[in-house]
Design a protein around this ligand. Structure first.
Ligand code: PMV
Length: 329
């Protein structure tokens, strides 16, 4: 039996950057994200008793590095199902992989959803979110739609799951994504977080204020307070990049167009009255979150930034879901 699923990437407004020492991939900072409806990963998983090992095709190509992470993730589900069969996994992104567009988030959210369907498991979203989190922290959030919170691990809960905060239609914001390059990033988030924890002099300050930033952002979302969400999100994003840039060796994910997009977003807000703010993950792309009425002019303004590859606009989407079809092409 095969299972298929679709999941969207999400972008964090309050960032997860850093892991706790103990536990299975447990975030040291809580995060708040929005799930994007314009981008999607589709995944098909088929367990087959004749396979000696798992197989993976990612956008039509084999990928040994990702395969090891896929196998570790499937092992958790095989243990729950008491089923040792290996699987054939085929997954497609309709956007560039590993370029700061959260392909690991949608990828692992789609994987756990498709694999649990293929195994006939009826796991609730919390359990799927925990299994996805062990593979990629941000993937835990793509199980849910709308505005989503993933708390940091604590001594009394070192296995957190993401929780929905507000549904997509309860505050329908737009996200303009400025793609500054399609090249894959040099340092993945796992290695980057480890380096920051061990070498950035700002890391402890980052951890200290994380709960505070998350609480302000959660209150802003529940109150639909755009200005408050804008202020805390940009601040939190720039703090994370300060930690990245002050790591040794430095993690500089930005290029010239990234910086120019940030400047332009601030100008749109402060001088031209648009309701917009930026955020940037571990990559060079800039995501401008705005009210839907301002999306066209934000997209037009960012489209004029020199060196930009392309601009696309997304709404807020739903969580990962199993598909009724056997095909993903
Ligand atoms: O979950 P990972 O390993 O893809 O790391 C996510 C890290 C950031 O995208 C930079 C922040 C976040 O909260 O998504």
């Amino acid at each position: 039996m095969a299972g298929t699923a679709l999941a969207h990437p999400n972008i964090a407004l309050i960032k997860y950057w850093g892991k706790r020492e103990a536990g299975a991939n447990v975030p040291a900072t809580g995060s708040l994200s929005i799930t994007l409806d314009a981008l999607a990963t589709r995944t098909r998983v088929e367990f087959d008793a004749t396979l000696a090992r798992d197989e993976l095709l990612l956008d039509g190509k084999s990928d040994p590095f990702t395969l090891a992470r896929v196998t570790a993730c499937l092992d958790s589900l095989r243990a729950i199902a008491h089923d040792a069969r290996r699987a054939r996994v085929e997954t497609r992104n309709d956007f560039p992989t590993a370029a700061g567009l959260a392909s690991s988030a949608s990828g692992f959210a789609a994987l756990v959803t498709a694999a649990s369907a293929a195994l006939g498991l009826r796991l609730d979203r919390r359990t799927l979110s925990k299994v996805a989190r062990r593979a990629s922290g941000s993937a835990a959030r793509s199980l849910c739609g709308g505005f989503v919170v993933l708390h940091a691990g604590r001594d009394d809960d070192d296995d957190p799951a993401a929780q929905p905060l507000l549904a997509a239609n309860e505050w329908p914001l737009s996200v303009v994504i400025a793609i500054t390059t399609r090249a894959q990033k040099e340092t993945g988030s796992r290695a980057g977080m480890q380096s920051s924890r061990g070498s950035s002099p700002f890391y402890s300050a980052w951890l200290e204020r994380a709960d505070h930033d998350l609480a302000i952002a959660q209150a802003a979302v529940l109150a639909r307070d755009f200005a408050q969400l804008a202020e805390i999100s940009e601040h939190n994003c720039l703090k994370m990049h300060a930690v990245m840039q002050s790591s040794r060796p430095p993690l500089i994910y930005w290029n010239g167009a990234t910086v120019e997009c940030m400047r332009r977003v601030r100008e749109l807000r402060e001088r031209e009255g648009a309701q917009v703010f930026f955020t940037i993950d571990a990559g060079p792309q800039v995501k401008a979150i705005c009210v839907p009425e301002d999306a066209a002019r934000v997209a037009a303004a960012l489209g004029e930034v020199p060196g930009l590859e392309s601009v696309l606009t997304s709404g807020i989407g739903e969580g990962a879901r199993a598909l009724q079809t056997e095909e993903i092409a």
